[in-house]
Design a protein around this ligand. Structure first.
Ligand code: SF4
Length: 232
């Protein structure tokens, strides 16, 4: 069975979300609905391993618990704090973002996508992640993880350009659970990290292998290998 009709998609989401609850990675930014905290975590997570972000994020939020606290510090102090946390390349970005939030949004993170995208350093992925995790809105998080899983589920070739490909974007968007987008997207991220890994997907352990073209192929290949071994 592959995901190709609405009944399959509903079942796929159910299985993925149930698995996600059991395998939830408890990062600190997953226990807040503060748009500011979530926005900062997403900026920090860009091209950085989540495990490395944990201590940096925790210290940063302790020191600057809200946008006004961050806006009140002078640039020099912020440079010192962010450099000591290893966030050197994100300093100007964060400063510009806070300035934009203060001047145009009265110190609040906006929930409209176009407003989020108007902030310095906010990509389509970051804007969608903030909307999904802060407000539980049904946003598709199109990154290399989601593209890799979609490609494997549907047997589609994945290229560097696939993140911008309309078909991939539509598939990823259609699969998001409209009622529990936050739980769905956390589960998908955790599946990509723990099971459907880039180099070696662990299809035999995968909760959704029955819905996956690649999974079905890799498992039947394994069966053939076992049969070949048995017959030697
Ligand atoms: S069955 Fe394998 S390839 Fe398919 S989603 Fe699961 S781990 Fe990924």
């Amino acid at each position: 069975m592959q995901v190709h009709c609405s009944t399959d998609i509903v079942a796929f989401r159910e299985i993925l979300i149930a698995w996600g609850k059991e395998h939830f990675r408890p990062f600190p930014w997953r226990f807040t609905e503060s748009p500011y905290h979530i926005l900062l975590s997403e900026v920090m997570l860009h091209r950085t391993q989540a495990i490395q972000v944990v201590p940096v994020y925790t210290k940063f939020i302790e020191r600057y618990p809200d946008i006004r606290a961050l806006a009140a510090v002078n640039g020099e102090e912020l440079h010192q704090v962010l450099s000591s946390l290893g966030l050197r390349w994100r300093i100007d970005l964060i400063l510009d973002m806070v300035a934009g939030l203060m001047s145009r949004f009265d110190g609040e993170v906006p929930s409209e996508k176009r407003d989020l995208l108007s902030l310095p350093g906010v990509s389509d992925y970051i804007a969608s992640a903030v909307r999904c995790f802060a407000w539980n809105l049904p946003e598709a998080l199109v990154d290399t993880n989601a593209v890799r899983i979609a490609g494997r589920l549907f047997g589609l070739e994945v290229k560097d350009s696939s993140r911008r490909n309309r078909r991939f974007r539509e598939i990823i968007r259609e699969m998001v659970d409209p009622v529990r987008p936050r739980e769905y997207n956390y589960a998908l991220l955790d599946l990509a990290n723990q099971v459907c890994e880039k180099k070696k997907p662990r299809c035999v352990e995968c909760p959704v292998f029955g819905y996956c073209k690649n999974g079905a192929l890799s498992i039947s290949k394994k069966v053939l290998e076992i049969q070949a071994c048995d017959s030697i």
